[in-house]
Design a binder for this molecule. Structure first.
Ligand SMILES: *[C@@H]1O[C@H](CO)[C@@H](O)[C@H](O)[C@H]1NC(C)=O
Length: 118
């Protein structure tokens, strides 16, 4: 086989691998969709669930930005501003990851809830 053909085959393979990796990647949620019902529900669930687990009293203020990923249901990674009722309603920012499983009642799971550095 000639060299250019080998290079062409390698290029095709590299593109195939890159394509597979971007499948299931995170996609930015456009600002006009941050108030969509599915995003709002995921954000509300994240805060509720964190309050339950951490015995805190945070309230969702805004969903600032987000990304979603389709993988056995849908995953949301959301930047949230919350106010802390246990701390004089101080505002802080968190990044939450919520997994909405497929199925009738769309059971949700809070995968991560991390305070952002100020
Ligand atoms: C959340 O905010 C951080 C810091 O601004 C940013 O780097 C990150 O990409 C944001 N995440 C999402 C899901 O928008």
């Amino acid at each position: 086989m000639k060299k250019p053909q080998i290079l062409a085959i390698l290029l095709v393979l590299a593109l195939a691998v890159a394509g597979a990796a971007s499948l299931g990647g995170w996609t930015k949620i456009e600002p006009e969709h941050l108030k969509d019902q599915d995003v709002a529900e995921a954000a509300a669930f994240a805060v509720d669930q964190h309050n339950r687990e951490g015995a805190e009293n945070l309230k969702l203020v805004t969903v600032d930005s987000g990304e979603s990923q389709v993988v056995n249901g849908k995953r949301y990674r959301l930047n949230l501003t919350v106010s802390d009722a246990g701390n004089g309603d101080a505002l802080s920012k968190y990044e939450a990851i919520v997994w909405v499983h497929p199925g009738g009642n769309s059971p949700k799971e809070l995968t991560s809830f991390k305070k952002q550095k100020p």
